[in-house]
Write a protein that binds this ligand. Sequence first.
Ligand code: APR
Length: 169
Amino acid sequence: MVIIEVVMGDITREDVDAIVTAANESLLGGGGVDGAIHQAAGPRLARAGGAIGPCEPGNAMATPAFDLNPPVRHIIHAVGPIWEGGGHGEADVLASCYRRSLQVADELGARSIAFPAIATGVYGFPADQAARIAVATVRSTATNVQRVRLVAFDEDAREHLQAALTATG
Ligand code: APR
């Protein structure tokens, strides 16, 4: 049974086997959490991302973590949906980001993973609905990952994630 924790902080400081970035399809890096992770991992990350991209929304692809400190060994690049009002399958694409990231973590043998609140920044996905999707998908995905940390960058995100976790018992 996977342990799910809600924490608040900078995902680049997480002590887990793999951290997930909220990427764009190019995997070349961008702003937000993607920018922070590329900054911390160094320029090799964009080169590695460019070599395996593009990555379609809902999918996830892994690279090494380069300059990030141990124990982080892997960066999993997940591309979230751009929010267009909710009637264009955005929820399913977001759920797929979490599901595919766990599948990729299993392929890597990762036992602990940290997720940002994918798609809730630039991509505009409502944070409360995204939090429920994140928790529900992690709970319902068979995985060998033992510890999942949902990292909020602000209090609002933390409250939504904690409420979603508490609501599912
Ligand atoms: N640690 C943890 N979470 C963070 C950090 C950080 N250092 N920096 C930002 N966040 C949070 C934001 O507060 C937001 O809740 O990550 C969440 C996702 O926001 P974005 O980074 O804007 O990602 P997203 O909404 O998925 O948009 C992706 O933005 O940066 C570009 O290249 C990226 O084109 C892609 C798009």
